[in-house]
Design a protein around this ligand. Structure first.
Ligand code: DX5
Ligand code: ZN
Length: 220
């Protein structure tokens, strides 16, 4: 179970003190940035300027989780902003492969995300192109929602598929991850935990410390 990675989701941080929030998550593996357009999901959040700011304000790599319709239209902006990984939703475009090609051509990591209702089988023809698989364990759009229990089995299936292939793919889980369910999520096979409220829901980095310690215990 060694080497579980954690990506704090800054959607849950106070935007007025974003710099402090970045300073508080020392030892994290990646920053997770939720990009929402009010169309693909019923909420609006941040754009490329925030990705650029996070790259300046932190040494951590940044994943841009694009919850936007037809993301291929905006890829250049997120590439120029310095995203290290760009994650596309399979459901957000009929041209997922075009998006993947553009991301790869620019030397950026390719992430693919699936909503809870989307089966893993849609990945069959793009499997070889993926660096990170982001399984949504809530309906995307908001932080602070409850983990959907049926997703544990989907994580297990994804782990099985990854292990039976040749491509090294990070298996990330996003939505409702907290200290209470993280053990089950890791045992099901997640290798990267995205956590918003669990990390930033308490002040002064306390949430981060406590969450990180919980994950470290799982590794012992
Ligand atoms: C949901 C986002 C998540 C969210 C997670 O649409 O993709 O990354 O920030 O927040 P928590 O951990 O609070 O569920
Ligand atoms: Zn996310």
């Amino acid at each position: 179970m060694g080497g579980i990675k954690i990506a704090p989701s800054i959607l849950a941080a106070d935007p007025l003190f974003l710099g402090e929030a970045l300073d508080n998550v020392q030892g994290a593996d990646m920053l997770h940035l939720d990009i929402m357009d009010g169309h693909f999901v019923p909420n609006i959040s941040m754009g490329p300027a925030v990705v650029e700011a996070c790259r300046r304000g932190s040494n951590l790599p940044c994943e841009a989780h694009l919850m936007i319709e037809k993301p291929e239209r905006l890829l250049s902006s997120f590439i120029e902003a310095g995203s290290n990984i760009i994650t596309l939703h399979q459901e957000s475009t009929p041209h997922i492969y075009r998006g993947i090609q553009k991301i790869k051509e620019n030397g950026v990591g390719v992430g693919i995300s699936l909503n809870p209702g989307t089966p893993l089988s849609v990945l069959q023809s793009i499997w070889e192109e993926i660096d990170l698989l982001l399984l949504m364990t809530v309906n995307p759009g908001f932080g602070g929602q409850s983990f959907i229990p049926a997703m544990v089995e989907k994580i297990r299936e994804a782990r099985h598929l990854i292990d039976s292939g040749n491509k090294e793919i990070e298996l990330a889980v996003d939505g409702g991850v907290n200290e209470g369910n993280v053990g089950e999520i890791v045992r099901a096979g997640a290798s990267l935990l995205v956590a918003g409220s669990a990390v930033f829901g308490r002040n002064n980095g306390e949430g981060w410390q406590s969450f990180k310690e919980k994950v470290l215990q799982l590794e012992e």
